[in-house]
Design a protein around this ligand. Structure first.
Ligand SMILES: NC(=O)c1ccc[n+]([C@@H]2O[C@H](COP(=O)([O-])OP(=O)(O)OC[C@H]3O[C@@H](n4cnc5c(N)ncnc54)[C@H](O)[C@@H]3O)[C@@H](O)[C@H]2O)c1
Length: 308
């Protein structure tokens, strides 16, 4: 198939491009390089079935393709808060442009949505039926509300124009090619530990997160795109819960770092707990994460040791 991946030079996008080319598809990767970079695509540049295009998804684009994966959007708070208006534009106009193209060329189109649509959830773990608890005017809103609006557009194009959509809600994912300065907790801790700096834990560190290794997530994307039982939304993530303090200690052990753990105030709107309910993904996609946290951390640490 011919497949377009927006945001394909980023962390998840580049792993997805690798996988799709490996599976024998022709891949066009479209990216404005805001948070992505060509180094993530080193193994693909020059490959006869891979094309890289510098383009911003807020401007329309046209490609004759069978599938569109829409991943373009900065995903970490410092990046999406850098230019919050642009972040909302990327989510909303990027969705409109992908959906318009999908309608025109009759492609199936996939949206990388997020657990952030649940906001600071009042229900644990979060099933897809939960509508969320989102602050519409806070610092995270440009991302959360942009992604919520993108989901709305996907379902309206589906209902009104019969566009063939797939929507997944991604929970925290980590692995090689994460941006070293993106403020996400796994990369933060690993980079701090490898540099011998203190590990910053926000609050008392009792807040929990769940972490999914990138290879598991990409497997979920591919299965979601190719099944025909549901258009989504389907949660993808690892339901194992870890406290931030526990994660910091695991990273210190695996890096054999002498860094110390220090505590800082909790950021505004920081969710206390977030964990996916993946019953639907288990049932429809026959999918569940396989890579244990310690194994995923080892692979990620090896990557950062090489690149830092
Ligand atoms: N990694 C996670 O844990 C996670 C969790 C939930 C959702 N997601 C979603 O998955 C997608 C990929 O996330 P990621 O972790 O790989 O982030 P990333 O920042 O590494 O990748 C995003 C990519 O999109 C590109 N991009 C940003 N704005 C663009 C624009 N206007 N036009 C064209 N390209 C643009 C960036 O340059 C980058 O290559 C995002 O949509 C994100 O919201 C990721």
């Amino acid at each position: 198939m011919r497949i377009l991946v927006t945001g394909g030079a980023g962390f998840l996008g580049s792993h997805l491009c690798d996988r799709l080319v490996q599976n024998g598809h022709d891949v066009v990767c479209l990216d404005n390089f805001f948070t992505g970079n060509k180094a993530n695509l080193t193994g693909l540049l020059g490959h006869p079935r891979f094309e890289l295009v510098r383009h911003d998804v807020i401007d329309p684009f046209k490609y004759e393709v069978d599938r569109i994966f829409n991943l373009a959007c900065p995903a970490s708070p410092p990046h999406y808060q850098y230019n919050p208006i642009k972040t909302t534009k990327t989510s909303v106009m990027g969705a409109i442009n992908c959906l318009g193209l999908a309608k025109r060329v009759k492609a199936r189109v996939f949206q990388a949505s997020t657990s952030e649509v649940y906001g600071d959830p009042a229900v644990h773990p979060q099933p897809e039926s939960y509508w969320g608890n989102v602050n519409p005017i806070g610092r995270r809103s440009c991302y959360d509300e942009g992604k919520r609006c993108a989901e709305t557009l996907f379902f309206d194009y589906h209902r009104e124009n019969k566009v063939d959509i797939r929507v997944v809600r991604i929970f925290n994912t980590y692995g090689p090619r994460m941006h070293p300065n993106d403020g996400r907790v796994v990369s933060n801790f690993i980079v701090q530990a490898l540099r011998g700096e203190d590990l910053t834990v926000y609050g008392n560190g009792a807040q929990t997160r769940s972490f999914c290794y990138v290879d598991d997530m990409i497997e979920g994307f591919v299965r979601m795109m190719e099944q025909t039982e549901t258009v989504g939304p389907v949660n993808l993530g690892n339901p194992g819960e870890f406290t931030m303090l526990g994660l910091a200690e695991a990273v210190l052990k695996l890096t054999r770092s002498k860094s110390k753990i220090v505590h800082q105030p909790l950021p505004v709107d920081d969710p206390r707990q977030r964990r996916p309910d993946i019953a639907l993904a288990r049932k429809v996609l026959k999918w569940q994460p396989k890579v244990p946290l310690t194994e995923g951390l080892k692979r990620t640490i090896a990557y950062f040791r090489k690149t830092l």
